[in-house]
Ligand binder design. Structure first.
Ligand code: DER
Length: 234
């Protein structure tokens, strides 16, 4: 099975949790895309009715609109029944790293407002510790003096051999999030120690808007692997 087929399997499994009448947080990324497509299919077939979607990015908003999924926002629905979204890393405690697609702020706002957050991944996302896989820990920062903020972040994780890098778009210009901010990717040589301490320290830096560690937020993680589907509950 290809990685995308595994992502689709996890996504379709998560959509089995969706009931008619629900207000749904719609995730962002290639895995969540399959879940949103599936929801659109079931609505069109009449197997799901009376669904309201709260998108976690402009990209997902456009996808949902094209599928005819009725949309709203957090201002109108402060309590959401269920969110379905992907992740870049999942540790054994269901803590996540997200944000490599650049949508972490709206994802964290929406998923923080959910009664249930079902995270969908292929098995390649499973890690023992967050931040150690050499992949980035994304941090959304204001564009004002972003170098100053990047240096503060790099110094914060100096002992982990941190390298802070401004994320660029495909034209080599700074990537701009849906909220008009920049992303600083933190590349760590050793995994993060106490995640809550790291999270609090990052958020104390004035130029930081939000980071990509989603601690104690996922209620269920659905993992699709070569040997089948595993469902991990908090
Ligand atoms: O950027 C994000 O937060 C995405 O949800 C990411 O964490 C997962 O993206 P993928 O499903 O394309 O791997």
């Amino acid at each position: 099975l290809t990685q995308d087929e595994l992502k689709k399997i996890a996504a379709y499994k998560a959509v089995e949790f969706v009931e008619s009448g629900m207000v749904l947080g719609l995730g962002t990324g290639s895995t969540a895309k399959h879940a949103v497509d599936r929801i659109g299919d079931l609505l069109r077939q009449g197997k799901l009715t009376n669904i309201v979607g709260i998108p976690t990015s402009k990209k997902t908003q456009e996808q949902a609109l094209s599928l005819g999924i009725p949309l709203s926002d957090l201002d109108s629905h402060s309590a959401i029944d269920l969110a379905i979204d992907g992740a870049d890393e999942v540790d054994p405690h269901l803590n996540l790293v997200k944000g490599r697609g650049g949508s972490l702020l709206r994802e964290k706002m929406v998923e923080g407002a959910c009664k249930k957050f079902v995270c969908i991944v292929d098995e390649s996302k499973l890690v023992k510790h967050l931040g150690g896989s050499g992949l980035a820990l994304p941090v959304e920062v204001v564009p004002f003096c972003w170098k100053f903020t990047a240096n503060k972040l790099q110094n914060l994780f100096e002992r982990s051999g941190c390298h802070a890098k401004l994320r660029n778009d495909c034209e080599g210009k700074p990537f701009v999030t849906d909220n008009g901010n920049y992303i600083i990717d933190l590349y760590l040589k050793t995994e993060l120690g106490d995640l809550q301490i790291a999270s609090d320290a990052i958020l104390r830096i004035a130029g930081v808007v939000e980071h990509g560690m989603f601690l104690d937020m996922a209620t269920t993680v659905i993992v699709a692997g070569e040997l089948g589907i595993t469902i991990k509950n908090k």
